[in-house]
Design a protein around this ligand. Structure first.
Ligand code: ADE
Length: 231
């Protein structure tokens, strides 16, 4: 079973790169893909860059050129659910794009026009694996499953994050997961998104993000590593 693992930023993939033995590097469309082994499993790792377009392109390349059979997105997010704290983990049940807005034509917020499907279900088995893997984390860290939102926006206001919660009943918001989920669904490949909270997507988000991204990335890594170990 070959895993594709994607992070958006250097901090989010740094620990994986260290852990991968004898990775070979292939560059496609300006992105480096590292093929190797992690915890005895075949892995292709890449840094997509930030945003949905980068995430979509790298996911399709992972599927077409590297024949990965499962995709895990790993990294940080802004908490949307009021009971989540910085450092907590969200495992995706489903992902959707919060910033697609064709409401003037009568479509629902987040709806991709002319289609009935605009939320992408994560794979049950991968979700279960991630939740189980989360039991190995230190006490006090919440590991929950829930809806993950993606948009080409860094959310940093109380009004916006409240709207996202009320509108979509989401747990967290980030900038890539729904693109990965959609591309995986279009190709029939299982995926899951594992995010640790770097901030609360509120007025302090820009400060918290800088302070906590490293810690949050370590937590997402710890879960994915445990997932590979348990497989
Ligand atoms: N990634 C981490 N925090 C985020 C936020 N507040 N908005 C969007 N993406 C994020």
């Amino acid at each position: 079973m070959r895993y594709g693992i994607i992070g958006a930023m250097d901090e989010e993939i740094a620990l994986y790169l260290e852990a991968m033995q004898q990775a070979t590097t292939t560059v496609k469309a300006g992105v480096a893909y590292y093929s190797g082994k992690m915890e005895g499993k075949e892995v292709v790792l890449c840094k997509s860059g930030v945003g949905k377009v980068n995430a979509a392109v790298t996911t399709q390349i992972l599927l077409d050129q590297f024949q990965v059979e499962r995709v895990i997105f790993t990294g940080v997010a802004g908490a949307v659910h009021p009971e989540l704290n910085i450092g907590d983990i969200v495992v995706s049940t489903d992902c959707l794009q919060h910033d697609i807005d064709v409401t003037p034509l009568g479509f629902a917020p987040g709806q991709i026009p002319f289609t009935e499907q605009w939320t992408w279900q994560a794979d049950q088995e991968l979700m279960q694996q991630a939740i189980e893997a989360g039991k190995g984390l230190e006490a006090g860290v919440q590991v929950v499953s829930g809806r993950i939102l993606s948009g080409d926006q860094f959310v940093a206001s109380r009004e916006k994050v409240q709207w996202l919660y009320e509108q979509f009943q989401a747990h967290c918001t980030e900038m890539e997961g729904a693109a990965v989920g959609q591309v995986c669904a279009m190709n029939g490949v299982p995926f899951v998104v594992v995010r640790s909270m770097s901030d609360k997507a509120d007025g302090s988000a820009h400060v918290n993000f800088v302070e906590f991204t490293k810690l949050a990335s370590q937590r997402s890594y710890a879960i994915v590593r445990n997932m590979l170990l348990s497989d």
